[in-house]
Design a protein around this ligand. Structure first.
Ligand SMILES: [Zn+2]
Length: 322
């Protein structure tokens, strides 16, 4: 229905434009390749690698925007409804996605739940403060306590690539072999990254990953045998309690760690204060939800972010150089 109304508005505006221009035939720019819309950055980056020159991939999240509380605007709905492929992370990350898909009247639109094949981690009750679940007021027992940051386990990231590939092949079977080849390269790069992390994080002075941000790195910590302590819950708008701040400072002091990690989504002020209180330094760790404007225009990839993170982790955890 929304699409129908949108169509009427566009039609009326086009007619008015034609009238003003003296009824000249409107110039229509041809659309080249499969149109793909993604929500978060990892999906965008994987989709553009798989699509290559056969697809036009766009990211719904504007640069720098906080992803956990993001809700699509009417113009985003129009972008999705005109695409051939729409890719979202999972229902825990984008609780709005499944609802809007049912409202879109485009039978040729393929929809990919990128988290369909992954192994989810449940998080402890105190880490499970999810904004989306609090907001809609109806307790979703399946969703409660599931960690949405699935791309930070690189074996899961390869399963995300598989789901995205399935979507590309279904939407554009003629280029299937090309998409398959691109996905294979991506998965072998992920396997190399995984091995580099495993090797680099195998011999560190501390295995405690202490994070002054929201609960983002549970998958990464779980995969490489680190103990993860975050200041707040799985959504970046969850408020840290005074008890958790005190507990984190105590944890830093007792761990012998020289650093507290900060996150890219929130102002580092609170993390700075806690690091100062505990007498340690601060290092940035990027959760890759979204990119800053500078990183986006600099064409930074998921792999670039993960390489930056590895350098920070090796320094913060005092790992032996490989
Ligand atoms: Zn997050």
């Amino acid at each position: 229905m929304k699409r129908y109304i949108g169509g009427i508005v566009i039609l009326v505006l086009s007619c008015a434009a034609i009238f003003v221009a003296g009824c000249k035939k409107a110039e229509v720019k041809p659309v080249v390749g499969l149109q793909v819309v993604t929500t978060l950055f990892p999906l965008y980056d994987f989709a553009r690698a798989i699509g290559g020159d056969r697809a036009q991939v766009t990211m719904l999240l504007p640069p720098g925007v906080e992803p956990h509380t993001f809700e699509p605007k009417p113009e985003d709905m129009i972008r999705i409804s005109r695409a051939g492929l729409f890719i979202y992370t999972n229902r825990y990350m984008e609780p709005w996605a499944e609802k809007i898909i049912t409202g879109i009247d485009n039978t040729s639109l393929r929809v990919v739940n990128a988290g369909e094949k992954v192994n989810y981690r449940a998080v402890a009750r105190e880490d499970a403060h999810d904004h989306g679940q609090k907001e809609n007021g109806s307790p979703d027992h399946d969703a409660k306590g599931m960690d949405p940051h699935i791309w930070l386990d690189f074996a899961n990231a390869a399963l995300i690539v598989d789901s995205i590939l399935d979507g590309f092949i279904a939407a554009d079977p003629g280029n299937g072999d090309r998409y398959r080849r691109n996905a294979d390269i991506l998965k072998s790069d992920l396997a190399v990254l995984d091995q580099r992390y495993r090797g680099s994080l195998s011999s560190c002075a501390t295995r405690k990953l202490l994070h002054g941000g929201h609960y983002t790195f549970g998958y990464l910590a779980g995969r490489y045998g680190l103990q993860y302590h975050a200041l707040s819950g799985i959504s970046s708008d969850s408020e840290p309690s005074a008890e958790r701040m005190v507990a984190l400072v105590r944890e830093i002091r007792s761990s012998g760690s020289g650093y507290l990690f900060a996150e890219e989504l929130l102002s580092p002020r609170l993390t700075e204060t806690l690091a100062k209180e505990a007498g340690v330094g601060m290092l940035m760790l990027h959760g890759a939800h979204n990119l800053s404007r500078d990183d986006l225009s600099g064409n930074v990839t998921f792999f670039d972010l993960m390489e930056r993170n590895l350098v920070q982790l090796q320094k913060g955890l005092k790992c032996r150089a490989q």
